[in-house]
Design a protein around this ligand. Structure first.
Ligand code: AMP
Length: 431
């Protein structure tokens, strides 16, 4: 199927062609005609499925079809992080050929530039909820003319504790509007938000087979807690990993690891919420240019980072929430590129690994690296997440359980999945 069959106007078709997209992804195929038809939408789609274009393209077409001389905001996209907000707004610019008046609104930077952009009249605003509310309270944004609302990565926004902010934003919008909700997962909380928000929504569900996960070769290297960095250095030196986005659980852990890797002679940098915007931009630019081999990031900082053709993701530490594993590995295996997700897993993380495999519905290949065989005498310890400035567990993160039952169970060294082939599929977008 081609994009033209979806009812998009020629200028948008040209924009899509300029990006080199030959056919719509499944979520685009299903969502675009529904949104163009004016329906409210509940879409289950994660990063890597092409979800951004699935709402940006029809949104642009709808606004262009109903020209307005009102200089107030007509479309509002809420996103969990500033990185995602920036990237969605970049997509708006890309697909509109720079014709739409759009701006991104997010925290961590001064108000001045954003107030200026809003005053000049932004038709499309992509915002994180907290900073948007700050503008609303200061009277620097008027949301009473919003025609289309998009909640992007709604599950992440709830995970990050934005539910009250979202509800406050909703109270500032006019009743009559079109609502689109995108989420990778559908918890009870998301469904209850959707119930109050969406009017007889159409629903689109991109099945897991159609997502980035299947393009990602996943592998677990069991290793001792204290030898993870040494193993990572070994994998880089032996060229088993070239450039990679490396995940740690905490900001402190990201900083420490980046420093240690640098001391080992490996070009690395950390990217997380405590870094200034300019530090993050520089780290990302260095990574994209290849000056940095390993970009060490926390969960939140990495959300929405659009790094083209990222070959490897390394889970230096497993996430506490299984769905975060899927989000993390969605950083690679994008748009038809096969990627690898390498997880360095110590004995403390065995229960987390089991939960992840349960979520995926399939085991992940486990392979001990010669010279890094786990010491079987090491007992599991509870995973401690520092709090305060070093970053702590997210509000909804379940507590890690490491009961006595885990101690006697065989661990990854003799994992039953050891000899299986990695999960890998042919093509995510052609189905
Ligand atoms: P998203 O899920 O919106 O984060 O998109 C993931 C990646 O897929 C982005 O890098 C897009 O540029 C790319 N993409 C989006 N739509 C298509 C398409 N129809 N064909 C190929 N790549 C696409």
């Amino acid at each position: 199927m081609s994009f033209s069959a979806l009812g998009l106007q020629p200028d948008l078709l040209r924009a899509v062609a300029r990006q080199g997209y030959t056919e719509p992804t499944p979520v685009q195929r299903e969502a675009i005609p529904l949104v163009l038809g004016g329906r409210d939408l509940m879409a289950g789609a994660q990063t890597g499925t092409g979800k951004t274009a699935a709402f940006v393209l029809p949104l642009l077409q709808i606004l262009a079809a109903r020209p307005s001389h009102d200089r107030r905001v007509r479309a509002l996209v809420l996103a969990p992080t500033r990185e995602l907000a920036i990237q969605v707004e970049e997509s708006v610019r890309t697909y509109s050929g720079g014709r739409a008046r759009s701006t991104a609104i997010y925290g961590g930077v001064g108000f001045g530039g954003q107030v200026g952009a809003l005053r000049r009249g932004a038709e499309i605003v992509v915002a994180t909820p907290g900073r948007l509310l700050d503008h609303a309270r200061q009277g620097t944004i008027d949301l009473r003319a919003v025609e289309i609302l998009v909640l992007d990565e709604a599950d992440r926004m709830l995970d990050m504790g934005f539910i009250r902010d979202i509800r406050q934003v909703l109270a500032l919008l006019p009743d009559r509007r079109q609502n689109l909700l995108f989420s990778a997962t559908f918890s009870r909380e998301i469904r209850s938000l959707a119930e109050g928000l969406l009017d007889r929504p159409a629903s689109v569900q991109v099945t897991p087979e159609n997502t980035a996960v299947d393009l990602v070769e996943q592998i677990v290297h069991p290793v001792d807690r204290e030898r993870k960095r040494e193993l990572l250095t070994h994998l880089v030196r032996t060229r088993q990993i070239d450039q990679a986005l490396v995940f740690t659980r905490t900001k402190h852990g990201a900083n420490r690891l980046a420093e240690q890797l640098t001391n080992d002679g490996i070009a690395a940098a950390a990217i997380h919420g405590n870094k200034s915007q300019s530090q993050r931009v520089r780290a990302l630019a260095d990574f994209k240019s290849g000056r940095i081999l390993l970009l060490v990031a926390t969960e939140v900082a990495a959300r929405g980072l659009d790094i083209e053709a990222l070959p490897h993701v390394v889970n230096f530490e497993l996430p506490m929430v299984p769905s975060d594993y899927v989000h993390r590995i969605g950083r690679t295996g994008r748009a038809g590129i096969t990627g690898t997700a390498v997880s360095l897993v110590c004995v403390d993380e065995a229960p987390l690994m089991r939960e992840i495999q349960r979520l995926l519905g399939a085991p992940i290949t486990s392979q001990v690296v010669a010279g890094f065989e786990p010491n079987r005498d090491i007992r599991p310890e509870p995973i401690r997440l520092r709090t305060g400035q070093h970053g702590g567990p997210r509000r909804n993160a379940p507590a890690h359980r490491s009961g006595p039952g885990d101690r006697n169970r065989p661990r990854f060294g003799n994992n039953t999945s050891r000899n299986r082939r990695p999960r890998r599929a042919t093509n995510s977008f052609s189905r």
